[in-house]
Design a protein around this ligand. Structure first.
Ligand SMILES: Nc1nc2c(c(=O)[nH]1)N[C@H]1C(S)=C(S)[C@@H](COP(=O)(O)OP(=O)(O)OC[C@H]3O[C@@H](n4cnc5c(=O)[nH]c(N)nc54)[C@H](O)[C@@H]3O)O[C@H]1N2
Ligand SMILES: Nc1nc2c(c(=O)[nH]1)N[C@H]1C(S)=C(S)[C@@H](COP(=O)(O)OP(=O)(O)OC[C@H]3O[C@@H](n4cnc5c(=O)[nH]c(N)nc54)[C@H](O)[C@@H]3O)O[C@H]1N2
Ligand code: SF4
Ligand SMILES: [Mo]
Length: 676
């Protein structure tokens, strides 16, 4: 007997695909993209096309576990759920009595994009507990701050609109790897005559397929954006009428950017002056122009301000006036979900302290008053993904730290846990989804049974709340009522979108009016005056400390800029249990000049190091990076590597200029050939 069931991909990806499963005798035998979905268009990325391997993996966690070995060693024994819950609540009560509830820190990020599992009962529970709050900065905080500073609202061009563009710039965006459902729209735009330009220090698969690849120096995008703004004003191509009606600060901006001549910008970015001038010319003379800005730019020290400046470009040229003109970093804010009803911050007994997740190492080893005595991890694998891994692991190893990890697999982080709780995948629980790369609200019902005793995050936190004696109705609310709450904001974009309708249709477009969504066609920016903010205060380019134009003493020791962008077949560390991911991420791309200077040949084992750590990778001298840059795809499981480290051991805890984000892509290293 075969039947069809539906779901939604919950991985941390802008595409938020609709899924169709073929179920035969209770077991899923095929997973596909939803054919009629306007963005999914019936296909999946390579990772999720193989998701059933993960779903049915013998490595899935199926029972609660208690640690019996040393922290990090990975020895556990099964226990009952009752014992697990009792251990947690006893330990939480004791911690609260001795140190106060702020000594408890939740840690979660992108394991699931589902609103219920990742931002629902968990948030309510920790708010009511009075735990420290987590500032979730590790991915997008700098870009969010930059985009908000300029636009006031994180609205963006939708994928369907890209077909109308005549110039598409992928700026720090590896579309084929991280946003593959935008690709067909770019292909169609090119068929209709569009040019496709990629700005990226790395020659990615996307860059290799572009009409032009501008191999910019890492972390110098702010200089390029300011240089482009300068040329737009100088060439008289600013849209004066649009600026007068819909922007503030632009006369001051015009003055500030005068200093960013093509010669200076060329020196910082490593791009020839002629290419900078030609890009400005193309951006001014083509209509419409679309920028697909992804998060690559904002993982560097000046990344938040770079996003702020890049977001000024379509305002200054008035690109937003036209169908297919504008910029997409994220479409997420268009959903206007009722986050307050979901997360219930009002349950906090008093406003609690906020700890930055990008500084987890410090939080576990240096924060005092109170120190972090209990860590509760779900939807994240900080031992693999967080910067300054050496300090993170030192913190996780603390004997006096009580750690709980809710996981599907025995990750590195789980190895450091006192208790590991088995949890469901997105195919096994109910959830509601927005997206950060399109405008469809989607609902998923369980398509498959959980393995063994696995429980969803919602169920786990509901039970913990009950056992802590929390009697508020928030903790007994059903999943369906939580969804009704999320949809209850009253915002016009959600008009007529109900749980009942989602149960029928599964995927519903936001109410954005007829035709393509043009968020800023007639202004309507998110600042109180409705205008875009182009005030140049704080916009000057200062190179990152860890960059080729940064701190001279550091550069003398560690002269190469190290990048760790996303691996094509990974989702951060989620598929790190697979041997093929180990192989794909074993590589360090090195430029031929840097390789020759160090006697390194293609395929050689190399040591990549700085003051924080040293790792061995295999050199690929293959034209992927320019001189002075090295790059390795992320992310592997540290415990599967010799030395028990991955590249985040090289990365510092330094934060971005605005937003408090992690600076994964501002990192200086030295590379040498391994002896023997
Ligand atoms: N296959 C795959 N897909 C994913 C993920 C994954 O791990 N693998 N992760 C998901 C997540 S969590 C996210 S946030 C998104 C991120 O999606 P993207 O932002 O597209 O991914 P990144 O690889 O971080 O960065 C994009 C590109 O920016 C480039 N870059 C690095 N530094 C700079 C710079 O200074 N300037 C410029 N111009 N470019 C720079 C990188 O070389 C990379 O090619 O992808 C999601 N999708
Ligand atoms: N060097 C370097 N480091 C990076 C990046 C980089 O580009 N380079 N990218 C950064 C970025 S953009 C991000 S977003 C972070 C990502 O960091 P994380 O959000 O930690 O992402 P993952 O590594 O994918 O780990 C997610 C974990 O959640 C689990 N999970 C999945 N679904 C559920 C669920 O429903 N419940 C529970 N409890 N668990 C679940 C998965 O099994 C997986 O182990 O990494 C950051 N780290
Ligand atoms: S990871 Fe992205 S592209 Fe792949 S199935 Fe999920 S949403 Fe779609
Ligand atoms: Mo991310």
């Amino acid at each position: 007997m075969s039947e069809t069931r539906h779901s939604v991909c919950a991985l941390d990806c802008p595409d938020a695909c609709g899924l169709v499963l073929k179920i035969t005798d209770g077991r899923a035998t095929r997973i596909q993209g939803t054919p009629g979905h306007p963005v999914t268009q019936g296909f999946l990325c390579g990772k999720v096309a193989r998701y059933l391997e993960r779903e049915y993996s013998p490595q899935r966690l199926t029972r609660p576990l208690r640690r019996i070995g040393a922290k990090g060693e990975g020895r556990f024994e099964p226990i009952s759920w009752d014992e697990a819950f009792t251990t947690i609540t006893d330990r939480f009560r004791a911690t609260i009595a001795d140190y106060g509830a702020e000594a408890i820190l939740p840690y979660s990020y992108g394991g699931s994009m589902g609103l219920l599992q990742a931002n629902g009962m968990d948030r309510r529970f920790f708010h009511r507990l009075g735990a420290s709050r987590l500032d979730r900065t590790i991915c997008a905080a700098a870009g969010t701050a930059g985009l908000t500073a300029t636009q006031g609202l994180r609205y963006g061009l939708e994928p369907e609109a890209f077909v109308h563009s005549k110039l598409i710039i992928a700026w720090g965006a590896n579309v084929l790897a991280t946003n593959v459902h935008l690709w067909p729209f770019i292909v169609e735009a090119r068929r209709r005559g569009a040019r496709f330009v990629v700005i990226d220090p790395v020659r990615t698969k996307t860059a290799a397929l572009a009409d032009q690849h501008l191999r910019i120096n890492p972390g110098s995008d702010l200089a390029l954006a300011l240089g482009l703004l300068h040329l737009i004003f100088e060439n008289g191509r600013a849209d004066r009428a649009y600026l007068e009606a819909h922007a503030t600060g632009w006369p001051e901006l015009r003055e500030t950017v005068r200093a960013y001549t093509p010669a200076r910008v060329a020196a910082w970015t490593g791009l020839p002056e002629a290419e900078i001038v030609a890009l400005a010319h193309a951006y001014c003379e083509t209509n419409p122009t679309a920028i697909r800005l992804n998060y690559g730019v904002q993982r560097s020290e000046r990344g938040g301000t770079a996003v702020r400046a890049i977001a000024m470009l379509p305002v200054v040229t008035g690109a937003w006036r036209h169908v297919g003109g504008g910029l997409q970093l994220s479409t997420s804010q268009a959903f206007h979900f009722n986050r307050q009803a979901l997360e219930m911050p009002e349950l906090q007994p008093a406003p609690t302290r906020l700890l930055n997740m990008s500084e987890l190492g410090s939080a576990l080893t240096r924060v005092d008053n109170p120190p972090v005595k209990a860590l509760f991890v779900y939807c994240s694998n900080p031992a693999a993904v967080a910067p300054d891994q050496g300090t993170v692991l030192a913190g996780l190893r603390r004997d006096d730290l009580f750690t709980v990890v809710v996981e599907q697999f025995q990750t590195d982080t789980a190895d450091y846990a006192d208790l590991v709780l088995p949890t469901t995948t997105f195919l096994e629980h109910t959830d509601l989804y927005g997206a950060y790369g399109h405008h469809y609200v989607q609902l998923a019902r369980p398509a498959l049974p959980p393995p063994g005793q696995a429980r969803s995050n919602v169920e786990i936190f509901r039970e913990l709340a009950r056992r802590m004696g929390f009697t508020e109705p928030a903790f007994t609310e059903s999943e369906d009522d939580m969804i009704r709450g999320i949809l209850s904001s009253g915002h016009p974009h959600l008009d007529g979108i109900t749980l009942e309708r989602l149960d029928q249709e599964r995927s519903v477009r936001l109410n954005l009016g007829e035709g393509p969504f043009q968020p800023f066609k007639e202004g309507g920016f998110g600042h109180p005056d409705g205008k875009a903010n182009l005030d140049p205060a704080g916009l000057d380019y200062v190179p990152p400390v860890e960059s080729r134009h940064g701190d001279a003493a550091l550069r003398a020791l560690y002269p190469l800029e190290f990048l760790s962008p996303k691996n094509h077949d990974s989702m951060n560390s989620t598929f790190g249990n697979r041997a093929d991911v180990d192989a794909q991420t074993a590589v360090l791309h090195v430029n031929s000049a840097d390789a020759a200077a160090r006697g390194i040949g293609d395929g050689d084992a190399v040591r990549v190091f700085n003051s924080r750590a040293s790792l061995v990778l295999r050199a690929a001298v293959d034209g992927v990076v320019g001189p002075g840059t090295v790059s390795s795809p992320s992310l592997r499981w540290p415990k599967r590597q010799p030395g028990g480290r991955n590249i985040n051991a090289l990365v510092s805890e330094r934060l971005t200029d605005i937003g408090g984000g992690a600076t994964f892509y501002s990192c200086l290293v030295q590379v040498e050939k391994c002896a023997g």
